[in-house]
Write a new protein. Structure first.
Length: 435
């Protein structure tokens, strides 16, 4: 059995992966937070989340450069905090990466359905799962090159969208019904603000496949985060400002929409215009970029879990022909297809965000712990303003996790129940001498 991953990724490909993992969050999902907090509540939640992600990205880069392994946060927590917290971190990371793609798949199906009503949303969603799992099994360089291509198209489309809508920006429309449910609405909107950036940490999961991880990870991580913050601000104001937040949350039939940008564009140009149809067509590339990239990252995270014996060893197998984690990719696909059949985009996003926040919080604790326990560890990059940034990311992450648990009590019980059950199985079944 081959256990090696090919080192083929450059800083440009890492930028493509980093932006690609996340960019679907600009196209859908975030708009559901406007229903919770209105434009001001969502804006406050987004500002807090940007501070968390910038602090987190610098801190996580220190870990990724010092410990360039495919498990990402799992490997960092395992080394710094022991196998118990390592297991919880790894499981949380898998939950994040396995539950995010189904939400994106539903959105892809919704976008396709706008242009081709004869194609059912669920058929399109399952089909892209099969196609892009196959692409990821074929090879990481091909997958990353494709990711770069669709990411560039997706970024250009967002800039075109802003160019068309921003000239029609209205302060009156932007502030309309601006505060829903008071300031508590801002806390309720947090998971959807996090969706803007969820998945950026996936860059660390391809560290083993990076040509020079000690230098290139920081370049890819930093440039991707900067790009995403700029796009987030542009999209937020461009989409809300043309007709108010309600116009990009609710479809004509009154249901919550998974395609807010076409709704915003529809306030500016005719739905029969070439600009409108171009948005839908190229907008699909943004969704595909994140879907495809998160499948790539989830395969590496699940593979590492199996490789060290924290999950069935079969998950750690690597294809002798393609040098990719084929078993992990196929298992993740099966779980994702089951999730997308629920059709509950908001709930799927929330579960994914629970996993992400758990990963962020424990990873920041790992940064602090490793500075104490392994001061001699080679750190090609050190987080600036230490310990302010990792502590800031950790505290904001805890605030977000508590707020989300309060506003989503049933989903919180489900998420933490799954963690507890799997942790119990781990304590009973894990055999370190066989790992």
């Amino acid at each position: 059995m081959n256990t090696g991953l090919k080192k083929t990724l450059s800083p440009l490909l890492l930028w493509g992966l980093g932006v690609g993992y996340v960019i679907s969050g600009m196209y859908f999902g975030w708009n559901l937070g406007l229903e919770k907090g209105g434009v001001f509540g969502m804006l406050a939640a987004t500002a807090l989340v940007i501070v968390m992600y910038v602090s987190f990205s610098f801190s996580y880069s220190e870990l990724a450069c010092a410990i360039p392994k495919a498990g990402g946060g799992f490997d960092y927590a395992n080394r710094a905090l022991g196998k118990d917290l390592g297991f919880i971190t790894g499981l949380a990371q898998i939950i994040e990466f396995v539950f995010a793609p189904p939400a994106i798949a539903i959105a892809i199906g919704s976008y396709l359905h706008l242009s081709f009503p004869q194609i059912p949303v669920i058929v399109a969603a399952v089909s892209i799962y099969l196609i892009f799992t196959a692409v990821n099994i074929y090879g990481v360089k091909a997958a990353a090159t494709f990711e770069l291509f669709v990411t560039v198209l997706a970024v250009l489309e967002l800039l075109i969208f802003a160019g068309v809508t921003l000239p029609h920006f209205s302060t009156t429309a932007f502030k309309q019904n601006a505060m829903v449910n008071g300031w508590s609405g801002a806390f309720a909107a947090l998971p959807f603000a996090i969706w803007f950036f969820l998945g950026i940490e996936g860059v660390a999961n391809v560290a083993e496949e990076t040509k020079n991880p000690q230098k290139d990870i920081l370049k890819g991580f930093g440039s991707a985060m900067f790009t995403l913050v700029v796009l987030c601000v542009i999209v937020f104001f461009a989409a809300v400002g043309v007709g108010g937040w309600e116009k990009i949350v609710y479809s004509a039939d009154g249901s919550a929409s998974d395609s807010p940008l076409p709704l915003a564009m529809g306030n500016v140009v005719s739905t029969d215009s070439w600009l409108y149809h171009m948005l839908i067509s190229i907008g699909l590339f943004g969704l595909v970029a994140s879907f495809h990239g998160l499948i790539l990252a989830s395969g590496r995270a699940t593979m590492e879990f199996g490789r060290v014996g924290y999950a069935p060893k079969v998950l750690g197998r690597i294809s002798s022909r393609f040098h990719t984690p084929h078993v992990a990719l196929i298992i993740n696909m099966g779980l994702g297809i089951i999730a997308l059949f629920t059709g509950k985009t908001g709930e799927i996003i929330t579960i994914s965000v629970f996993g992400a926040l758990t990963l962020y919080i424990i990873s920041m604790a790992a940064v602090l712990k490793l500075r104490q326990s392994e001061p001699e560890l080679e750190r090609p990059f050190k987080v600036p303003l230490y310990p302010v940034l990792p502590v800031l990311a950790l505290v904001i992450g805890l605030i977000c996790l508590v707020a989300m648990s309060y506003f989503n009590q049933t989903l919180a019980l489900l998420y933490f129940g799954v963690l507890a059950f799997c942790f119990l199985l781990f304590k009973i079944l894990y055999q370190p001498d066989k790992a």
